[in-house]
Design a protein around this ligand. Sequence first.
Ligand SMILES: NC(=O)c1ccc[n+]([C@@H]2O[C@H](COP(=O)([O-])OP(=O)(O)OC[C@H]3O[C@@H](n4cnc5c(N)ncnc54)[C@H](OP(=O)(O)O)[C@@H]3O)[C@@H](O)[C@H]2O)c1
Length: 324
Amino acid sequence: MTQPTRRVLVLGGTGWLGRAIVDDLLADGADVTCLARGLSGDVPEGARLIRADRLLPGALDQVSGTWDDVIELAHAPELVVPALDALADRAAHWTLVSTVSVYARNDEPGADESALLVEPSDPTEYADAKVLAERTTRSRVGSRLLVARPGLIAGPGDPSDRFGYWPARFDRGGPVLVPTTAGRSVQVIDVADLAAWLVRAGRDRLVGTVNAVGPAVSTAEFFEAVRAVTDHDDELVAVEDDVLLAHDVRYWAGPRSLPLWIPVSDAGFAQRSTAAFVGAGGRTRPLRDTVVRVLEDERARGTDRGRRAGLTPAEERAVLVAVR
Ligand SMILES: NC(=O)c1ccc[n+]([C@@H]2O[C@H](COP(=O)([O-])OP(=O)(O)OC[C@H]3O[C@@H](n4cnc5c(N)ncnc54)[C@H](OP(=O)(O)O)[C@@H]3O)[C@@H](O)[C@H]2O)c1
């Protein structure tokens, strides 16, 4: 007997990860409906888009029927709560895309999903809102819920421009300003691996809470991998944190940052346990493959383009001159 087509509702589906999930759902034969304003983009061909602003009353009225899986990508309480009110009782399985930023401490390398969470005090803060979304969704969906907590997502088209800074920078050649690497690591998941796992997890009605992360690698290994892929053969100029900070170079993300750089005291942020993910069938490609995919995308978009994260070539040159 043939199985009925799986009906999946994606709350989102127009953003970077959302589109990757929808692509995989369609490839998996699901009947996919997305609900979003359409401001972040369109949905992949083959999916239905209900255009609605969830901040407005009645936004979910157009969603009818029951669902094999609902995948929630948003986190603001004013988006999450009305969706649960309207749909929690009509979903056989619910997937909430959360984040490893929900954890209160980043100084416990290897910590698993039972680690202490941030105590939410400001729902406009990302981590607080994600914790609230987890709690509210769990209270409404209970044993039908999968909470996926991705670490840094990497891959072609990343709108945050973080991971891609390094392949783009090494590919431009010349001496590269880097943080010191001792005691530091990098832990990412390729957007394609994350999407594939979320789709499979929904199909298998997997429940519980899972860090969706790849293996941690030392920052030195990460730079070596990027150097190898880009054939970079010039100097790496490693500079201590206090010197970088004195030159207004910022941690982790955004303008004037060295992306993925975090204080050594927070090294546990990029060393989360992968055991639950692996146990739940999560598979990740070798880091090198992600670097190759991202480099191709960075070259297509221009490795010297303006970006949301990292130092501009002029900013990096100024710091290099000052520290030498
Ligand atoms: N990037 C990372 O490294 C990272 C790491 C950990 C976790 N995450 C999580 O991964 C997910 C990424 O999702 P994403 O890339 O698909 O994009 P996103 O921008 O984070 O997703 C938000 C989705 O919600 C929709 N939306 C926002 N406001 C809305 C409104 N008022 N009414 C209706 N829809 C609304 C957006 O569509 P429209 O704008 O078209 O309405 C979009 O499709 C997020 O949950 C993020 O927290 C990301």
